[in-house]
Design a protein around this ligand. Structure first.
Ligand SMILES: Nc1ncnc2c1ncn2[C@@H]1O[C@H](COP(=O)(O)OP(=O)(O)O)[C@@H](O)[C@H]1O
Ligand SMILES: O=P(O)(O)OC[C@H]1O[C@](O)(COP(=O)(O)O)[C@@H](O)[C@@H]1O
Ligand SMILES: [Mg+2]
Length: 545
């Protein structure tokens, strides 16, 4: 197995942050870096029955590798073989096709002269030695959770990549999500059977929520002799994959468990963006365009578009920025209110008086607290445990109509467009297709090289193997105290609705330390308020790009 090593940085870093990190590593009693083989083997012998531990290794200048498990962690005597890719005519001409054993990818790309080198992940890609022979591999693919453009492209490329790059011919599909492992027969997948599926939306394997029974799933994996499992799904799915991996390891099975992150909401932490997101934003433009045309053509026309985004408003945010026709963008991360000074209804009236029309984009998870309060409804949950959302689109339309009904001299025409399922049921666009294909290849290389218990994804533009716990510990959300949200507020010129307390609360989740800016030079605090009516938090919303 590869041992990660650190190339010592030529930076004489000894600042507080680096020291703190180094102390943290010492406190954790990590193995020296690189870990000596005999210590690793001894540790591996013990791990068989235990739950997988975090694999952290430290290096110079505050460097930390958050490594992923490897089959040899608990099966130390596994044989390895030369990677068959070295004889592949397509790849043999590439100068350095195999990734360097020591390559890692930095989690944080913006650094300062004295900052610690920080967290790194193992770089994805083909290794010189593999731990599976082609005719030994029995792979399974499953898709779980909601639909997302690109699912079929990933399935296709997993099948074709295994076949074309490594000569693997035994690949099955698990139908209908996690429960398909124990409730359904498998379906054989061949390059011929998956040919052309990338041009279709949805997933040819079917998907579901709920039904994650780890013991039954691993029984099925064991009974069927599956030794590579590719699990495509969102945050819930990756949590399920982590428990499957833990059980596989506990039973000492030679089976690589690989997560491929799927989320139309882009709510998976650490990774750059998820596949299908680009397609969804593009598709959302069509709905926003329609809303704009309708609104512009009527007297005091209001177009309301509801977009997906359960807890994270990325689709709404990017669709708004891309469109430039949007007057108001509402996302789950940013609370809003309807009535009174600085409220949504006052803003709508003002915008209609100025422009004669307006477009509102609302993410489905926005304003859930306000709606629940006004309707006094109890929480409901779906089969996976996700909160069932109240329909913010219909609610908002009703509130706007009610408000203007009370103003007989101010008639409005409101059109509501709900393209939620349309934006996720379409096939992936060209850029997502390329993304999905490369992602599938990285997943295959990792499994063939014996890595397991990881999610594969781009981090700062490079594919990396990320341990499950990193992906599942928190959701990716729009940081409303960050520049990107400020850009939206600046482009729509909408009120930010936030009180000082809201901003402080939002800032608590920030990963980046706030560096005070020089007042008078680049300070934004002194800038004039963005909106005359923006209430309490107005001055805090001036962080334009
Ligand atoms: N905390 C969890 N632990 C184990 N399995 C989970 C967990 N949360 C969700 N799952 C399972 O993962 C699958 C998909 O989850 P879901 O939340 O519906 O979609 P997504 O993975 O896209 O977020 C379901 O089968 C669900 O039972
Ligand atoms: O109707 P369904 O299938 O529950 O899907 C709705 C949900 O699916 C999503 O697209 C995201 O689902 P996932 O977590 O499965 O990726 C949300 O935006 C939305 O709330
Ligand atoms: Mg989810």
């Amino acid at each position: 197995m590869e041992t990660a090593t650190v190339v010592a940085a030529p930076i004489p870093v000894a600042d507080a942050a680096a020291k703190a990190l180094e102390k943290k590593l010492l406190d954790l009693e990590l193995p020296p870096f690189p870990a000596p083989a005999k210590k690793a083997a001894a540790a591996a012998a013990k791990v068989v029955a235990a739950a997988p531990k975090k694999k952290l290794a430290g290096g110079a200048s505050g460097y930390v590798l958050e490594d992923v498990p490897h089959l040899t962690d608990y099966l130390p005597n596994l044989p390895s073989f030369p990677n068959p890719l070295q004889n592949h005519p397509a790849y043999s001409v590439v100068k350095q096709y195999f990734v360097n054993a020591d390559d890692t990818v930095a989690k944080k790309i913006v650094v300062h002269k004295g900052s610690a080198r920080g967290t790194h992940f193992r770089r994805a890609g083909p290794r010189q030695r593999v731990f599976f022979q082609p005719d030994e591999v029995s792979a399974a693919i499953v898709t779980c959770g909601g639909l997302c453009p690109g699912l079929n492209t990933v399935i296709r490329e997993l099948v074709c990549g295994l076949h074309d790059m490594y000569g693997v011919t035994s690949v099955v599909g698990i139908e209908g999500g996690y429960r398909g492992f124990y409730a359904r027969n498998t379906v054989e997948l061949t390059p011929r059977s998956v040919n052309g599926i990338h041009k279709r939306g949805g997933t040819v394997l079917g998907t579901s929520r709920g039904g994650q029974d780890t013991a039954k799933i691993v029984d099925s994996i064991q009974d069927r002799g599956i030794n590579q499992v590719y699990i495509i799904g969102g945050d819930g799915t990756q949590k399920g994959a982590a428990t499957i991996h833990a059980e596989v390891q506990r039973r000492g099975l030679k089976c690589a468990v690989v997560g491929v992150p799927k989320t139309i909401d882009n709510d998976i932490a650490v990774i750059d963006r998820s596949f299908g997101f680009d397609t969804a934003v593009e598709e959302a433009q069509r709905a926003i365009n329609a809303a704009h045309v309708e609104a512009e053509s009527a007297e005091n026309g209001v177009g309301v578009v509801k977009l997906m985004g359960r807890n994270s408003g990325f689709i709404a945010m990017y669709a708004t920025l891309a469109s430039r026709d949007v007057d108001l963008c509402l996302i789950p991360e940013s609370p809003f209110y309807l009535d009174g000074k600085g409220g949504l209804l006052e803003f709508a009236e003002k915008r209609l008086r100025e422009n004669g029309h307006m477009v509102i984009v609302v993410a489905e998870g926005a304003g859930q607290d306000v709606i629940a309060r006004s309707m006094r409804l109890a929480d409901a949950h779906d089969a996976s445990g996700n909160k069932v959302l109240l329909d913010v689109g219909l609610w908002l339309c009703a509130k706007i109509k009610d408000h203007f009904k009370k103003k007989p001299n101010f008639p409005i025409t409101l059109k509501y467009i709900d393209p939620t399922y349309m934006i996720r049921a379409v096939p992936s666009n060209a850029s997502d297709n390329v993304y999905c294909s490369l992602l599938a290849h990285s997943a295959i290389h990792g499994a063939m090289a014996g890595y397991t218990g990881f999610t594969v994804a781009p981090v700062n533009g490079r594919h990396a193997y990320i341990p499950f716990y990193r992906i599942t510990e928190k959701q990716n959300k729009v940081v409303i105290t960050d520049r990107m949200w400020a850009r939206v507020l600046c482009s729509t010129n909408q009120p930010c609705f936030l009180s000082t307390e809201d901003v402080e609360k939002a800032g608590q989740d920030d990963e980046e330390p706030i560096v005070p800016l020089v007042e008078g030079e680049n300070s934004l605090v002194k800038a004039p308020p963005l909106m005359a009516n923006a209430g309490d938090g107005a001055a805090l919303c001036n962080g334009a790009a």
